[in-house]
Design a protein around this ligand. Structure first.
Ligand code: NAD
Length: 487
């Protein structure tokens, strides 16, 4: 499965190699075969990226917003033209089925570039009248920003961070997850081909220490992480001495509430998408599915048969629904959670093991799994599993469901399925989550703010809200008359 890039890093518009760095291997998770071998950034490579980004930023920020936007729009166009190749490489790197990567990865990266490309010319300050004197505000770029990615949506994460950053006049350094280093380089290529000035977008590979070097670097103004809560805490600590702006897109254990009056097939479809899409490796997954007692048995019946119809297999076959997980280590971690569920008394409704797939014996495969009879105190109901494992819990009334749904240190997302319009809005208003859905789940269009509360994160990605996180406001007081001084 050869997907070897031209070199490991992309700095100032060109590929750069430094084989003194630690080896990073991209593995095809379906078979365990090697896709590519790369090298982590040495300190010299990190410095080179920071210098390139610093040098490029002032001229980039001085361009008119529409000019910056035009380059982002051209990049989006290139991603769309290259979608087939990009999707194939994303599938090789992550194991996600091509059915998904064709529509959800480079395509959603292009969405972000289009949205922020269009917005770039409309990023403005405001005018505040003081009855003679006045204040105006300027929305200024922060400078050099850096992003650190997770493995589940590699090119999407790179674009969700860089598109608003660049639209606002910042330059950017992105460090992909060491598990999935490939497509961020292809985003850098597309930017360069679209005419982005050298140094405005750079990619350095590396493990946690490279991320930490970016988070603590004095010349980097902002760090945006997509990762787990423990990593978020470390990045916040590393960013503290230099008082960096931060955006934190972290983990979750999100609830879905299904009331008796819900359209049951939609609720089951939403719960399945919100647990199994991308083989369960989605931060906003609704892994605690609270079902009201009146429909509980019917919900489980239909959920079981629909889950058992999911097709696992060759990720490059367009008919395959689900591929493997990203790595055998991650799969084994999830199997450990499944064992804990069994041990603590939950009932395996379906799945719970490793499927047998001819020709894919060495892959990171796992069955989509549903636990019934789950209680709030079980490990599988409290910790983020980050795999295709759904827990179904039963509830009696709205107040109880809300209290249990909110009893978590996480607060990324939540969903409610009900036919009662008043209840839907009432419940959503009380759910402690940054991103919520009524009668659907896990749709994250670029037009809508995305992010978490509590330990699930700080800040928002996508939408106009992202502009606040990639600009700073300067207030300018303008006097209309002489200074009135008593001295
Ligand atoms: P992770 O926290 O292990 O790693 C994330 C990134 O941080 C990687 O690039 C890693 O190299 C880097 N890193 C590790 N230690 C670091 C350190 N000390 N300093 C700086 N960087 C460091 O996460 P993961 O396992 O790659 O991804 C899964 C996690 O990400 C889950 O918790 C999931 O919920 C979360 N996630 C959140 C979102 C969101 O938008 N909220 C999206 C996707 C994934």
């Amino acid at each position: 499965m050869n997907a070897q890039p031209k070199a490991s890093h992309h700095i100032a518009g060109v590929y750069i190699e430094d084989d003194a760095g630690a080896v990073i291997e991209s593995i095809y998770p379906a078979t365990g075969e090697l896709n590519a071998r790369l090298y982590a950034a040495t300190p010299a490579i990190v410095e080179r990226a920071v210098e390139a980004a610093k040098a490029a930023q002032p001229a980039w920020a001085a361009m008119k917003g529409v000019e910056r936007g035009r380059i982002l729009l051209r990049t989006a166009q290139l991603l769309r033209e290259r979608n087939q190749d990009l999707s194939r490489i994303e599938t090789l790197d992550t194991g996600k089925a091509i059915q998904e990567t064709l529509v959800a990865d480079a395509a959603s990266a292009a969405d972000a570039l289009e949205y922020f490309g269009g917005l770039a010319g409309a990023i403005t300050g405001e005018h505040i009248d003081l009855g003679g004197d006045f204040v105006y505000t300027r929305r200024e770029a922060l400078g050099v920003c850096a992003g650190i990615g997770a493995w589940n949506y590699p090119i999407q994460i790179a674009a969700w961070k860089s598109a608003p950053a660049l639209a606002c006049g910042n330059s950017f350094i992105f460090k992909p997850s060491e598990m999935t280093p490939l497509t961020a380089l292809l985003l850098a290529e597309a930017f360069t081909d679209a005419g982005l000035p050298a140094g405005v977008f750079n990619v350095v590979q590396g493990y946690g220490d490279t991320g930490a070097a970016l988070a603590s670097h004095p010349d980097i103004a902002k760090i945006s992480l997509t990762g787990s809560v423990p990593t978020g805490a470390k990045v916040l600590a590393a960013a503290a001495p230099t008082i960096k702006s931060v955006t934190m897109e972290l983990g979750g254990k999100s609830p879905i509430l299904v009331f008796d009056d819900a359209d049951l097939e939609s609720a089951i479809g939403g719960a399945m998408l919100g647990n199994f899409y991308s083989t369960g490796q989605i931060c906003s997954n609704g892994t605690r599915v609270f079902v009201q007692r009146g429909v509980h048995e019917r919900f489980l019946d239909r959920l079981k048969s629909r889950t058992e119809a999911i097709r696992l297999g060759d990720p490059l076959d367009p008919d395959t629904h689900l591929g493997p997980m990203v790595s055998v280590a991650q799969r084994d971690k999830v199997l450990g959670y499944i064992e804990s569920g069994k041990r603590e008394g939950a009932r395996v409704l379906t799945g719970g093991g490793v499927p047998e797939l001819q020709g894919f014996e060495n892959g990171a495969w796992i069955q989509p799994t549903v636990f019934a009879d789950v209680t709030d105190s079980m490990t599988i109901a409290r910790e983020e599993i980050f795999g295709p494992v759904m827990s179904v819990l039963v509830f009696d009334d709205e107040a109880e469901a809300l209290e249990r749904a909110n009893a978590s240190q996480f607060g990324l997302a939540a969903g409610v399925f009900t036919a009662d319009l008043s209840r839907a809005h009432r419940v959503v208003s009380q759910l402690e989550a940054g991103t919520t859905w009524i009668n659907t789940y896990n749709l994250t269009p670029v037009e809508a703010p995305f992010g978490g509360v509590k330990q699930s994160g700080i800040g928002r990605e996508n939408s106009r809200a992202a502009v606040d996180h990639y600009t700073r406001v300067k207030s300018v007081y303008v006097a209309a008359g002489p200074v009135d001084s008593p001295y």
